[in-house]
Ligand binder design. Structure first.
Ligand SMILES: Nc1ncnc2c1ncn2[C@@H]1O[C@H](COP(=O)(O)OP(=O)(O)OP(=O)(O)O)[C@@H](O)[C@H]1O
Length: 267
């Protein structure tokens, strides 16, 4: 009798755990396919990002990382498969695309700040115009976020008065203004002088400690190894690996994976 009760309790607790894991899935890709003409770039991509996870998307140049990011941000349409943001299938043609986009914060490789607007305007513009945040509230929030990264004093500066690293950190602040469910970072350090990469990655590491849910495409292998919770490796349009940095980068026996990471040994 006691044994039966214990088994029932265990089953209940396992099912509760499964439920809570289900609830915690922020992003889920299910057999996503995308081609450009005859070039099949994504050939059935499935993986999940759970709340508070930092997932690093790795792969050789041209493997489709940016294409995948654009599909998630609805800048490209998938040919097949589904992308779920929480419980919304954002690939469903009837969905409100602007609303879906507003739930995701995105930072690209190029800085994308408006050159004729100062930092405060750049950071608050989308929040005010797209999300209808009252101007005072947007200014307060922007200044608080800039303060956190030591850039409040630059609020009146223009982009060309900032270093590339500072511009990219401002772009991240802008992406965070409306508390996105997911932060997409697409090779955000690739265009930076190597001296400036560290300060941007430090900011990402800081966001991770605050529980931000992050999917980042990157070529920064050391950072991915040390800071990501999970690595998704794209090779030849498919997912070759999906596991912890140790499992994927140190212990995988897949010859293609070993070949890919061999190019970065010692960097
Ligand atoms: N708009 C487009 N039209 C046609 N082909 C495209 C387009 N965008 C990307 N591609 C092709 O899709 C493939 C994947 O490109 P993508 O930029 O997604 O790769 P990536 O992994 O992000 O590369 P990198 O690490 O160099 O940024 C490449 O063969 C590229 O030429």
């Amino acid at each position: 009798m006691i044994q039966q009760e214990t088994q029932e309790k265990t089953a209940m607790s396992e099912s509760k755990q499964a439920d809570s894991q289900q609830l915690q899935t922020v992003l889920r890709l299910d057999q996503v396919r995308k081609s450009y003409g005859s070039n099949a770039v994504l050939r059935g991509i499935s993986f999940q990002v759970r709340a508070h996870e930092t997932v690093a998307l790795l792969g050789p140049s041209g493997s489709g990382k940016s294409t995948l990011m654009k599909c998630i941000n609805l800048l490209e349409e998938v040919n097949d498969g589904q992308i779920w943001l929480g419980d919304t299938d954002i690939t469903n043609p009837t969905v409100n695309r602007d609303h879906c986009r507003s739930r995701i914060g995105v930072v690209f490789q190029q800085f994308n700040l408006f050159p004729h607007m100062n930092v405060l305007k750049n950071v608050t513009l989308g929040a005010i115009k797209v999300h209808n945040m009252p101007k005072d509230e947007a200014n307060d929030k922007a200044l608080e976020l800039l303060d956190r990264i030591g850039m409040r004093a630059k609020a009146s500066s223009y982009p060309d008065q900032l270093s590339g690293g500072q511009q990219q950190r401002v772009a991240i602040v802008r992406a965070l203004m409306c508390d996105p469910e997911l932060l997409l970072l697409d090779e955000i350090t690739s265009a930076l002088d190597p001296m400036l990469v560290g300060e941007v990655l430090e900011m990402v590491a800081e966001l991770k400690t605050k529980g931000t849910t992050i999917l980042m495409a990157t070529h920064e292998m050391s950072f991915a190894h040390d800071a990501a919770d999970r690595i998704v490796l794209l090779l030849n349009g498919k997912i070759a690996e999906n596991g912890s940095p140790r499992e994927v980068m140190d212990e995988s026996q897949n010859p293609q994976t070993i070949e890919f990471f061999s190019h970065f040994r010692g960097i």
